[in-house]
Design a protein around this ligand. Structure first.
Ligand code: FES
Length: 151
């Protein structure tokens, strides 16, 4: 069975077992290593990608669920003006420490600002709730999102 995924605007025919979680297909088959595997249990947010504009955790759902859908990974996030602004704001606010959670946070922030250009603090915190940062960078991440909104 061949699946077809559109990732960052490029179509890929996938040879992996349809039950394989999406993150393994991205990292191992397609060599898109920007999406991180953390907990593998949909509890840390490291594996976040956008699917048809919504944040999806890619570590549990089988790749067959995404057949025919538009997926954006961190590698494609700067293809949009909002994604560029978010990435730049993360850089300017030094919003990454070890960086392991950063791609998921950038994806989540881009999805948030694409949907709500000027979210209030409560909406931003709610959008980031699924994303853990063991380094404690959340204050800088929140400042980065404020900066991205203002730029
Ligand atoms: Fe998917 Fe943690 S690796 S949520």
């Amino acid at each position: 069975m061949t699946l077809s995924l559109t990732i960052n605007g490029t179509r890929h025919d996938i040879a992996s077992d349809p039950d394989t979680p999406l993150v393994y297909v991205l990292r191992d088959e397609l060599k898109l290593k920007g999406t991180k595997l953390g907990c593998g249990l949909e509890q840390c947010g490291a594996c976040a990608v956008m699917v048809d504009g919504k944040v999806v955790l890619s570590c549990v759902s089988p790749v067959e669920v995404f057949d025919g859908q538009e997926i954006t990974t961190i590698e494609g996030i700067a293809d949009t003006e909002i994604g560029q602004r978010v990435q730049q704001a993360f850089i300017e606010e030094t919003a990454a420490q070890c960086g392991y959670c950063t791609s998921g946070l950038v994806v989540a922030a881009t999805a948030l600002l694409s949907d709500t250009p000027a979210p209030d603090s409560a909406a931003t915190k709610e959008a980031l709730t699924p994303h853990l940062c063991r380094c404690g960078s959340h204050p800088r991440v929140l400042r980065a999102i404020e900066r991205a909104c203002a730029s």
